[in-house]
Design a protein around this ligand. Sequence first.
Ligand code: UD1
Length: 462
Amino acid sequence: MEDTPIVTSNGLNQSPASPEAGDAVLEIWGKHPLSGHVAISGAKNSALVVLAGTVLSSQPCRLRNIPNLMDVGRMAQVLEALGVKVTRNGSTLDIDPSDISHTRAPYDLVSRLRASFFVIGPLLARMGVARIPLPGGCAIGARPVELHVRGLQALGADVHIDHGTVHASIPGSRRRLQGAKIYLDYPSVGATETLMMAATLAEGETIIDNAAQEPEVADLANFCRAMGARIRGVGTKTLTIAGVPNLHGTDYAIIPDRIEAGTFLVAGAITQSEISLSPVIPEQLGAVIAKLREAGSQVVVETPNRVRLLPGREIHATDIQTLPYPGFPTDMQAQFMALMTLSNGSSMFTETVFENRLRHVAEFNRMGANIRLNGNCAIVQGVPVLSGAPVVATDLRASAALVLAGLAAQGKTVMAGVQHLDRGYEQLEQKLVKLGAHIERVTGDSLPQGAATPASVAFPRG
Ligand code: UD1
């Protein structure tokens, strides 16, 4: 179902890169050195939530630096189902949310992209009602939404769940949500974004305490401010939002993708290659750069938006614990584990953000890695060499991590589950090939007998 091609007129990537992408595999021939420069795309997670945020505006918005990804195409489809007009021209999206005609998001779209649940906040605030199906779990965890729901209730909404759909409405004759003091039990990225967006159009002041501080949350806040929202404390744990009656159109460029940048930095470190990246915002890569340095690479900040990786002679073992920002990002855990499989010692990975995000361990071990799992921890004993093998990507970041391992392995790696890569990386293969990697996307039955096939992979929803 995920790979059904969808033909649309708006120029968005709503189907896999090729009609056969569901069956495609990547063939990666390892041990080819990389060199050169990588152009980093706009941040997927900013693009998704900023697209949802356009629903707050009663006028057209222009969004720039939007990556052409399956997930972005799906979010655009959700908006179109609400009556929003979306047109793509290169990396620029023109969004006209002036005539929203529906307040119900279709289940088949929300179930394929968890982030599309985030339209609940802006839709409720602007239209007074929103009916959004529960997104369900995904390959990396159950991912509940009770923090979103409780926060909307605190803002005065009536919220109930019926037949798998969250029904939210502003009760009585009131037309606006009411400002409130909200404390989040956990600094959830999505809940912070949902509630911040909802509060921009509320009556009075909202304070969100223990808010997520991820750069994509700050990007969304800056986008809302560009539409006329009044938000203080952007980038901190406490957001203060003074509600306004309406928001206007704007022209806004989103930040570069720090996870794509981190993935390429690890590509340099794992292949012992010198590469540079731009545009990036180096401070948003703080934990990743610190860990790369501990692992023996040099990362040089050449200009305010350009970094260069100079690999070390060997990869030093270092422990990783995933945490909310500014801690080490869970979205970089799998890629770093690929690096540590080739380290000179033993490293401990502790995944604290998602409960089921270590499924790539079994695939690394197929390639000759030595990793033991213990609950949410993985103990990685470095090995001198990985060997190419048939592997299956289980989620988006695992797919990138397996490509990285394949680049460093001896011989050929054949990776199934390529559709995960297409969800969240803009032209990863093409960018790597430009650096000198030997990668080819092929369709058909290249997997050997007995190896897992793409059909056996549970796909994530956001
Ligand atoms: C976002 C990112 C994702 C990233 C994650 C953590 C997008 C589209 N996705 O996901 O790439 O990995 O942040 O940095 O921006 N939780 C609850 N109850 C809730 C909400 C969340 O228990 O109501 C839990 C989740 O199950 C998870 C943890 O909180 O274990 C973190 O989730 P959250 O920060 O909300 O991540 P997302 O916004 O879904």
